[in-house]
Design a protein around this ligand. Structure first.
Ligand SMILES: Nc1ncnc2c1ncn2[C@@H]1O[C@H](COP(=O)(O)OP(=O)(O)O)[C@@H](O)[C@H]1O
Ligand SMILES: [Mg+2]
Length: 262
């Protein structure tokens, strides 16, 4: 029987890793429909691994992970298409020969199968995704000619073209100037609200997301905290994870020193 609070993503004492490395240990958490969740933690704390696990790319070494009520090995293409993903990345080479519309159409291949030709409806979905990110006027522009922030919008549109229920964004603001960072996070919040998407947003900028997300996941291999920002962003909890790198100003701004040295 279905239940309104039935979790879409369900980790139950799940561990993930690589040969010789435990990247995430003993993770138990539930994410429900329509939640906006921020994922924070130091470099190497398992944030990207959490994303890859949700995509079904890393089966648990122990414990369980269920998404849409499927275990990872059952997560076929049509399920994976319901999860839009923006990988952690750099800027696209200026000469990379692909247009904005071609990039967004790649988001349709999960639904299409690789060898079916895109239909008029696929083109409409792609155009609609571009409109959602404010890039509808750039369909035929070469991707490499866009600014970093515009490229991120196009990659978000590619994820939206999958018509996902879940959107995973791995450090979408890294390398952008501060104004552009805010506009990308504004866009993500707007998509969450307008489309009712579950959003998992990985970021180093705790202050930028703390007033926007429903809950925060604080990782350092283990799950140190998971809850509303006010419950997670407590000095004693943060200090366990960030140690001496943590500075909290009198105005309650959280600064983690090590990120400023990268
Ligand atoms: N392909 C890989 N092979 C081996 N170890 C990896 C690989 N990717 C990540 N790791 C290790 O897994 C841990 C978590 O990495 P990751 O999830 O990328 O952290 P984050 O995204 O928080 O920086 C780190 O110790 C990292 O070195
Ligand atoms: Mg990462």
């Amino acid at each position: 029987m279905s239940h309104p609070a039935h979790p879409i993503i369900h980790f139950d004492q799940a561990s993930f890793g690589f040969p010789g490395v435990i990247a995430l240990q003993d993770i138990s958490l539930d994410i429900n429909a329509g939640e906006f969740v921020g994922v924070i933690g130091p470099n190497g704390s398992g944030k990207t691994t959490l994303c890859r696990a949700v995509l079904g790319l890393m089966p648990p070494l122990s414990g369980h992970l269920r998404i849409f009520d499927c275990s990872c090995d059952e997560l076929r293409c049509h399920h994976r298409a319901r999860i839009g993903y923006l990988p952690q990345k750099g800027v696209v080479d200026r000469n990379f020969p692909v247009t904005v519309l071609e990039t967004v159409m790649m988001g349709r291949y999960g639904a299409l199968g690789l060898f079916r030709r895109p239909s008029k409806r696929d083109r409409e979905i792609a155009a609609n995704a571009l409109a959602h990110v404010g890039m509808e006027g750039h369909q035929n522009t070469a991707l490499g000619q866009l600014s970093g922030g515009q490229q991120q919008r196009v990659f978000i549109a590619r994820a939206l073209a999958q018509q996902p229920q879940v959107l995973l964004l791995d450090e979408p603001t890294t390398g952008l100037d501060i104004t552009t960072q805010h506009s990308v996070v504004d866009l993500v919040q707007q998509l969450h609200e307008e489309l009712g998407l579950i959003v998992l947003l990985i970021t180093h900028d705790i202050n930028m997301i703390r007033s926007r997300v429903d809950r925060l996941i604080l990782l350092k291999t283990r799950l140190f905290a998971f809850g509303p920002p006010a419950d997670v962003l407590k000095p004693d909890i943060l200090r366990q994870v960030y140690g001496k790198d943590l500075v909290i100003t009198e105005r309650d701004t959280i600064i983690v020193e090590d990120y400023h040295h990268h």
